[in-house]
Design a protein. Structure first.
Length: 154
């Protein structure tokens, strides 16, 4: 689903000046049980805290929650708000640190935010790092905080 959040478009030369720039927030979305069940089927992770609403009510979460790796994947829309117009290729290079400070309950609304923290030259291009978060409406802590690394090649 596309976000109403505005993309930031720059070129590789301008990317060097982007440290400190915020991306997002994306639109609020609702986590559904159907989405969680589909992720469980795709990954084979059918832990009851994800797929059994009745049993999960007795858990510390009080209901089913999205998988951590599912929540992590929901950062993609906010990180894609940075567009480097003259890059021949842009890749998700990896993550330096990922944490899941709070659950993403089924039925909760969530959105992504990010801040570009560092931009460095690499052979053949530029590397950008960003701290991305998945906020959960009404929660003091995000469901995910990840230090994401992207590479843009000329």
């Amino acid at each position: 689903m596309e976000s109403a959040a505005e993309a930031i478009v720059t070129d590789m030369a301008g990317l060097a000046q982007m440290a400190g720039v915020s991306l997002g927030p994306t639109d609020w979305e609702v986590m559904t049980q159907e989405q969680v069940n589909e992720f469980a089927d795709l990954t084979g992770d059918h832990n009851f805290i994800h797929v059994d609403p009745e049993r999960a009510q007795a858990s510390p979460f009080g209901g089913t929650v999205a998988h951590g790796f599912f929540s992590l994947s929901l950062l993609a829309p906010v990180t894609q708000l940075l567009i480097v117009s003259d890059a021949a290729a842009s890749i998700n290079y990896g993550m330096d640190k990922v944490r899941f400070p709070a659950p993403l309950p089924v039925g909760a609304r969530y959105r992504g935010t990010a801040e570009i923290t560092e931009v460095t030259e690499i052979k053949g291009g530029v590397q950008a790092s960003a701290v991305a978060k998945l906020e959960v409406e009404g929660s003091e802590r995000p469901a995910v905080v990840a230090e994401c690394v992207f590479r843009y090649y000329s």
